[in-house]
Design a binder for this molecule. Structure first.
Ligand SMILES: [Zn+2]
Length: 327
């Protein structure tokens, strides 16, 4: 059996796995992301978790697929995840390719989630779908008319930086009122604390404890999840109207608080989705392993050929033509 090694880098955890040809997970390892660490410490953590997954799986691997939070240079794979300040233009793809001696491909973590959902069959019946991560950050990947959409710089799908509250909180991207600034896990906690919520038993103020409070009936904690879900549902309605999607799959931390978030997601989506084709879109929870499976699938034909197009465009200058200013 030939399998693939994969890494999923998030703002909360780094997950590595060995994924078999049938998309099953042979073995996996998980490490808390040392999110405040410098570039080399972060890199060492990534290498460590990959070796841990390889060691327990004990099967040969022929490639390394990586999903990482955006933005990034793609396909070259220098990453600058907003959630991980220690990495700015960090050459993660090249470093890992050299370290492991494997063909290595890197894409956005939400793109991997989207591909994984498709590959696992959850979105297979439709060639127009979006996978969305709502976690420490908020991102999305897009499959339109059966093709993975990467955009002009490989960063298509940054739904976290679509504005949902024009006068809302400042976003780490430099904008204001972005979905991510409202709906990322730490933003929920910050909002709840500002409204007077305190974690039970003097614990750490985090999303897990906020969820516990909400489930115990705390009004502020409940409102925090509702606010997050409403923002997600609002952004979804806009994205579905723009792109005529048939399925949206939500993954990441959202899945652990689906009971608290999804009713508000559906309410806001219903309220903002007016057109019949928008209302027809199914909003579902993604498979927990979709991101890992999708990172392995980056080596399968339909999920990378757009690179060839992009590189050809660049080499012929077609993508860098002179633009006539509108004003
Ligand atoms: Zn933003």
């Amino acid at each position: 059996m030939t399998a693939r090694l994969v890494l999923d880098v998030g703002g909360t955890k780094m997950a590595a796995a060995v994924v078999a040809e049938d998309h099953s997970i042979v073995d996996r390892a998980v490490l808390r992301t040392p999110v405040a660490a410098d570039a080399e410490t972060l890199y060492d953590a990534a290498v460590f978790v990959l070796h841990a997954a390889l060691a327990v799986a004990a099967v040969p691997v022929d490639a390394l697929g990586v999903g990482c939070g955006g933005p990034m240079r793609w396909p070259s794979g220098e990453v600058s995840p907003l959630n991980i300040p220690g990495w700015r233009d960090f050459p993660l793809r090249d470093r890992l390719a050299e370290e492991f001696g494997l063909p290595t491909r890197l894409s956005n973590d939400a793109v991997c989630l989207t591909v994984g959902e498709y590959v696992l069959g959850n979105s297979r019946s439709v060639g127009n779908c979006m996978g969305m991560l709502v976690s420490t950050g908020v991102g999305a990947g897009l499959i339109i008319d059966g093709r993975l959409v990467m955009g002009a710089s490989g960063n298509a799908g940054h739904i976290g930086h679509v504005v949902v509250e024009p006068d809302g909180p400042e976003c780490r991207c430099g904008g204001r009122g972005c979905l991510e600034a409202v709906a990322r896990g730490p933003a929920l906690v910050q909002w709840a604390v500002a409204q007077g919520w305190r974690p039970p038993a003097d614990g750490e103020a985090d999303a897990v404890r906020l969820a516990e409070s909400a489930r115990a009936g705390d009004a502020v904690a409940t409102a925090a999840f509702r606010r997050c879900g409403e923002a997600v549902g609002t952004a979804l309605a806009g994205a579905v109207a723009l792109l005529d999607l048939r399925t949206v799959a939500l993954g990441g931390g959202v899945s652990r608080a689906a009971d608290l978030l999804m009713p508000a997601v559906y309410d806001a989506f219903e309220r903002h989705a007016g057109l019949e084709f928008v209302r027809r879109c199914r909003v579902v929870l993604a498979s927990p392993d979709a991101g890992l499976v999708g990172a392995a699938a980056l080596f399968d034909d339909p999920w990378w050929p757009a690179v060839t197009d992009l590189l050809e465009q660049r080499s012929t200058g077609a993508d860098h033509g002179v633009r006539t200013p509108l004003l």
